[in-house]
Design a protein around this ligand. Structure first.
Ligand code: ZN
Length: 243
């Protein structure tokens, strides 16, 4: 049996599935990842500071203007569209108990139609006034000046994305642990599992079926049922087409 047939069988036989995804799930939608050879952190910064540092809470608070220039340039990608992986998972949710746990902030799973999505690192689609907590959508802040200011109270609006030095949302974390503990199949896709605490979540998995779909080999200390070293979207496209 080839890898795609094995993947299909594992999905068909599973009752509770967790899809745990990272940046590699969205690269085929045109969104840059962070750590790969061509990733954002390996680009020369336009702003004289490493991009990784610019995604920290300290940088946001101390250089809000530069943060937003960078954020608007690199983090908001309006032309990105869901790829075959996002679409397959949206359909899968209609016939399986599926929880998507994503490290991505692009909202592409929801755009594809998925409902049960836990966003560990937040979303560019939600923004909050730091003073009065008023909610703003992405299109709201796109209409505002570089540093978006709350029209109600004059406070600075911050994207609801988890920056370095910030904690993860406890409810999202708890729901992720619950889903992973109940899962009989976990598909780990497009992630190097190098960002904690997100990466540590997979150790709550108690089942025996771990699938990895990632361009590069992922060394896990657990038994892996199936590892496919290929782009995530391409793999789901093959699965959709049954080849
Ligand atoms: Zn406000």
């Amino acid at each position: 049996m080839d890898d795609i047939a094995k993947l299909k069988k594992l999905i068909d036989e599973a009752k509770n599935i967790v899809f745990f995804g990272g940046a590699g799930v969205s690269t085929e939608s045109g969104i840059k990842d962070f750590r790969s050879k061509d990733g954002l952190y390996n680009l020369k910064s336009k702003y004289g500071r490493p991009y990784e540092e610019m995604l920290s809470h300290t940088f946001f608070m101390s250089h809000t203007d530069t943060f937003y220039e960078f954020y608007r340039d690199f983090m908001i990608n309006k032309s990105a569209k869901p790829n075959a992986a996002h679409k397959y998972l949206a359909n899968l949710e209609k016939r399986k108990n599926l929880t998507i746990i994503t490290q991505n902030i692009d909202g592409l799973h929801q755009e594809a139609g998925s409902k049960n999505v836990l966003e560990l690192h937040g979303s560019i689609h939600r923004n909050y006034c730091m003073r009065c907590n008023e909610f703003y959508s992405l299109s709201d802040i796109e209409k505002m000046d570089n540093v978006p200011i709350c029209p109600h109270c004059g406070g600075i609006i911050k994207p609801d994305v988890v920056l370095y030095e910030e904690g993860l949302d406890q409810e999202v974390l708890k729901a992720s642990v619950d889903a992973i503990e109940k899962a009989d199949l976990i598909i780990i896709a497009g992630t190097s599992l190098s960002v904690y605490p997100a990466a540590g979540l997979i150790y709550y998995y108690r089942g025996s079926n771990i699938v990895i779909i990632n361009k590069d080999h992922l060394p896990l200390t657990r038994n892996v049922a199936l590892e496919i070293n290929a782009p995530v979207g391409e793999t789901f496209k093959k699965l959709e087409n049954g080849i």
